[in-house]
Design a protein around this ligand. Structure first.
Ligand code: ATP
Ligand code: MG
Length: 176
């Protein structure tokens, strides 16, 4: 089991590519030190994600998805989208407070808040009740300022160029 000196709250936000993959990179590094890592992927529900397949080969790395494979309608999310996001928050809370994990990643939680699937207050509460040794990473565009204020680290990925604008569609191994 790994040891944690001071559990940090990290936020990866911004409009460029690299937030979820940065969190996965941090997970890989932590697992190398024997940490146990739990990732909840909000608003994602596809078995095609490479990280899901890779995590099975890595001891101590659990990834769960708490979304549908379809896009959420902004402003009018479906009942199932809301139910799954709530379930994701329940799992996240268990993982953060349960003492089983050194690192807990809430992937796309910022987007889930922005889309009205999860109340911001609940996310802030979760961060505040984090035991001192637990690390938490929150990813997604539009990180709310109140969350940034609670965090120890906030990194913004800025899009300078993206291949999408040249018409290159999402590819296995790159986007998922
Ligand atoms: P990654 O998962 O590759 O690290 P990310 O988490 O930073 O990316 P998200 O905002 O979660 O990015 O978007 C998910 C996917 O959408 C990314 O893999 C990315 O390639 C793609 N994407 C990011 N920015 C754009 C954009 N401006 N237009 C179209 N697609 C984009
Ligand atoms: Mg992402």
């Amino acid at each position: 089991m790994g040891s944690v000196k001071k559990g940090l709250v990290q936020v990866y936000t911004g409009n460029g590519k690299g937030k979820t993959t940065a969190a996965l990179g941090q997970a890989l590094r932590a697992i190398g030190h024997g940490w146990r890592v739990y990732m909840v992927q909000f608003m994602k529900g596809s078995r095609e994600y490479g990280e899901l397949m890779a995590a099975r080969h890595l001891p101590g790395f659990t990834i769960v998805q708490s979304g549908l494979p379809t896009f959420v309608r902004k402003g009018s999310p479906g009942e199932e989208d809301v139910r799954l996001a709530r379930e994701g928050m329940r799992l996240a809370r268990e993982a953060i407070t349960g003492g089983q994990y050194e690192l807990v990643i809430l992937d796309e939680i910022n987007v889930a808040v922005d889309y009205g699937l999860v109340p911001l207050e609940e996310v802030l509460e979760l961060v505040r009740l984090k035991p001192p040794h637990v690390n938490v990473i929150l990813t997604g565009r539009y990180a709310p300022p109140a969350l940034a204020a609670e965090a120890d680290l906030v990194s913004e990925v800025l899009e300078i160029k993206h291949h999408y604008h040249q018409g290159v569609q999402a590819q296995a191994g790159i986007e998922y």
